[in-house]
Design a protein around this ligand. Structure first.
Ligand code: PMV
Length: 314
């Protein structure tokens, strides 16, 4: 096989971000409308056995042996080759591209990692199972912040909705009826390590208050799980609003996110909240087919630089 192409989806967190780092449950779903793609080609011209990396979207290219070891693309490549038991680098070219907005809470880095594991393992041996795709991607998550919960790599590698509790095996999670979300981008880069670090500082300063906030978020995630599994989906709206209020109290919202959340609600969304680490990035709004056009217009007028539509389904 000369060429192997593999992909992985983006993701959004519906409920529970930040609290999930502290052992509370969270819910995340894959977003198939945006994807990362990895392409592996044999590279007989290389002369010597080594890997050439190319990531045109971020203007990066170079030999694996010369790349910084903490470069995410180098790290996932090396971890995958080790997992496949290779003792020397194969002569290949690995190219990654992505349609997932970067630093936006949509899992772009994770999707690149999972796409790379899938493409390399398929090309050089056989496709590694989702558990291993997830644990390899988790190693790279640690570069972004020291205490990743593991939710991003899990939802992207398993490509299905997850009700996630740190260090627990994922449980099957079915969706009673599909529902629609708009994903509105503030256009401001969300820095996960800064947001997670701020929450950590707050928790260190006042652990009992933060534990209460995390408990409240955990209860919301649990109620949301029941609403998603049993219906009615409309129950999710007020739960999103309450989750957003607590994220605001945690200090991870920002004016631009608040503006998009208010605009969505005023235009008829059933609920809205930030999604992911916050301090920028994306928000999500629960919409009905008949109101989504008006809500999309309202989001753009309130400053959204991009609005994606997605249907959440099992
Ligand atoms: O990196 P993001 O924006 O997808 O957010 C990750 C979610 C957090 O709960 C904030 C961190 C984590 O490790 O779960």
């Amino acid at each position: 096989m000369d060429l192997t192409i593999a992909g992985a989806p983006g993701k959004i967190i519906l409920f529970g971000e930040h609290a999930v780092v502290y052992g509370r449950p969270a819910i995340a779903v894959p977003v198939q409308d945006v994807r990362a793609t990895a392409e592996v080609k044999n590279n007989p011209d290389a002369g010597t056995s080594t890997v050439f990396l190319e990531a045109p979207d971020i203007g990066f290219s170079g030999w694996l042996h010369a790349a910084p070891v903490d470069h995410p693309l180098a790290k996932i490549t090396i971890h995958t080759l080790q997992a496949l038991g290779l003792t020397s680098f194969p002569a290949i070219k690995l190219k990654v591209t992505s349609t997932i907005p970067v630093a936006a809470g949509l899992g772009s880095g994770t999707a690149v990692s999972v796409a790379v594991v899938r493409a390399l393992s398929t090309h050089l041996a056989t496709l590694l199972p989702p558990e291993q795709q997830s644990s390899l991607a988790f190693e790279v998550e640690k570069l972004h912040h020291g205490t990743p919960s593991g939710i991003d790599n899990t939802v992207v590698a398993f490509e299905r909705p997850v009700y996630y509790l740190r260090d627990r095996k994922i449980k099957p999670f079915s969706i009673r009826s599909p529902f629609n979300l708009l994903i509105g981008d503030t256009g401001i880069a969300s820095n996960t390590s800064v947001a997670v670090g701020n929450v950590r500082k707050g928790w260190n300063a006042d652990p009992s208050h933060y534990e209460q906030l995390f408990d409240a978020i955990g209860q919301i995630s649990e109620q949301a799980r029941q609403a998603i599994q049993r219906g009615p989906i409309g129950k999710l709206g007020p739960l999103m609003d309450r989750n957003q209020d607590i994220l605001h109290d945690l200090g991870v919202s920002c004016r631009e996110l608040d503006d998009l959340v208010s605009a969505a609600i005023s235009a008829g969304a059933l609920g809205a909240k930030l999604s992911g680490a916050g301090l920028g990035g994306n928000m999500i709004a629960l919409v009905e087919p008949e109101t989504q056009d008006a809500i999309e217009v309202a989001l753009r007028e309130a400053g959204a630089v991009r609005v994606l539509r997605t249907e959440v389904q099992t």
